[in-house]
Design a protein around this ligand. Structure first.
Ligand SMILES: *Cc1c(COP(=O)(O)O)cnc(C)c1O
Length: 426
């Protein structure tokens, strides 16, 4: 029996590499084929055959209010009637810059870009320009987009597609990137000692969410802050995923750490392609046209994207979205833990607010090595069992699940029951 999604996927594979525009969408590592979506609303998506799914991917993070929230759609429609792109400054850019600086006090100045990748890439260039140094420290399993210098022991799709690093990245670039295990302060101190006056920046996902989801130990982020300050390196928080999701002020608010630069994306575009990076004014002023570090973008600050982002962020604040998401997250957790308790296999459940992950492994999971103990075959079976019954979790063990403000108790009840069935069949 062939389905319409299968037909479209065959056509896609002829004209799009792997049939997809981003690798994880191909469902390769769960032994399934992607479904093609027709539309999405709230917590649900419908495929082109009309099958309904409860969605825990949320476009990989942006859909924090659920899909197609009316306030955001209205804002985009209204903006569109006044022009789709100007390439001339418009007031919405100033409004979103002010909002970002207000919500994340470590950011004194911010520049908008078109993706998270652009944001982290620009942070790295800026850090190098500001410090006059070349080397970067990152952490195994952290994903910072597909930037050459950062595709070393990277998370997300890069983890499950057979190569820890990417072909096409010159050895010379890799040589400037030091990748260390997450949560290991001794190795951070050692790297700084052995590369005296050479480290431009440390870049980190303060809550790693691209190799599953795990958390920093109490001393880890403070030590990074301390070492960076001591050695004149910049601390870059990649909050493309956590920014405005785990709290109004992101992970830096929760852990009370002030990074020098922050990369943002996903949620701030309200579903449109947006990224941003910002930090101390003294550093940001090194950017062109004020300073010597070049950075630009034809569509940066696009009026539709700014309108969407502003509408989404303001709505989140209006409804106190973070409180609601914590409440919904706790509801989900209770049902998930119930289902997991019935399972025969070892499963470790992690959650912070509306972000969650089931590792098919025993805890504790604190870094890439422990995350990689997960039983991927078991995960794939669980994924397919849920998908068949209309529950869409991310198609990889090494991704994070998202709850939106549009999810309901009924969604969770249904999800819990189906998880229980899927786990029983393992
Ligand atoms: C998604 C993500 C990126 C890359 O963003 P894109 O918009 O996909 O380029 C970078 N860093 C983190 C932490 C991410 O989750």
């Amino acid at each position: 029996m062939t389905s319409r999604s299968t037909d479209v996927f065959h056509a896609a594979q002829k004209r799009i590499p792997g049939g997809v525009n981003s690798p994880v969408r191909a469902f390769r590592n769960v032994g399934a084929e992607p479904f093609f979506v027709d539309r999405a609303q709230g917590a649900k998506v419908w495929d082109i055959e009309g099958k309904e799914y409860i969605d825990y991917v949320g476009s990989w993070g942006p859909a924090i209010l659920g899909h197609a929230p009316k306030v955001v759609v209205d804002a985009v429609c209204e903006a569109a009637t006044r022009g789709l792109s100007f390439g001339i400054p418009n007031p919405l850019e100033v409004e979103i810059a002010e909002l970002i600086c207000d919500w994340m006090p470590s950011i004194e100045k911010v520049r908008m870009v078109n993706s998270g990748t652009e944001a982290t890439m620009s942070c790295i260039r800026l850090a190098r320009g500001f410090t006059g140094r070349d080397k970067i420290i990152k952490f195994d399993g952290c994903y910072h987009g597909h930037v050459d210098a950062l595709l070393v022991k990277s998370g997300s799709g890069a983890l499950t597609h057979g190569r820890p690093d990417s072909a096409g990245v010159p050895q010379a670039f890799v040589g400037l990137t030091i990748s260390l295990p997450f949560n290991n302060v001794d190795l951070v101190r050692k790297a700084f000692r052995e590369n005296k006056n050479e480290i431009a920046a440390v870049i980190i996902e303060p809550i790693p969410a691209n190799a599953g989801l795990y958390f920093p130990r109490d001393d880890f982020l403070p030590v990074l802050r301390e070492e960076c300050t001591k050695h004149g390196a910049l601390l870059i928080f990649d909050e493309v995923m956590t920014g405005f999701r785990v709290a109004r002020g992101g992970a830096q608010e929760i852990y009370r750490i002030t990074p020098d630069l922050t990369a943002l994306g996903k949620i701030i575009g309200g579903g449109l392609p947006v990224g941003a990076f910002g930090g101390r004014a003294e550093i940001m002023d090194q950017l062109s046209p004020d300073g010597p570090v070049y950075q630009a973008g034809t569509l940066s600050g696009n009026p539709l994207a700014m309108a969407a982002g502003l509408a989404q962020l303001r709505e989140l604040e209006r409804i106190d979205g973070w409180k609601l998401l914590e409440k919904l997250g706790a509801q989900f957790e209770e049902l998930a833990r119930d289902a997991i308790a019935q399972a025969k296999s070892d499963i470790t459940f992690h959650r912070i607010g509306s972000m969650l992950c089931l590792f098919f492994a025993r805890g504790p999971i604190v870094d890439l090595v422990s995350a990689q103990r997960s039983d991927l075959k078991m995960f794939a079976k669980f994924f397919r069992g849920c998908l068949k019954q209309g529950i869409y979790f991310a198609p990889s063990q090494f991704e994070t699940g998202f709850i939106s403000t549009a999810h309901t108790s009924e969604d969770f009840e249904r999800t819990g029951a189906i998880m229980r069935e899927a786990l029983a069949e393992l």
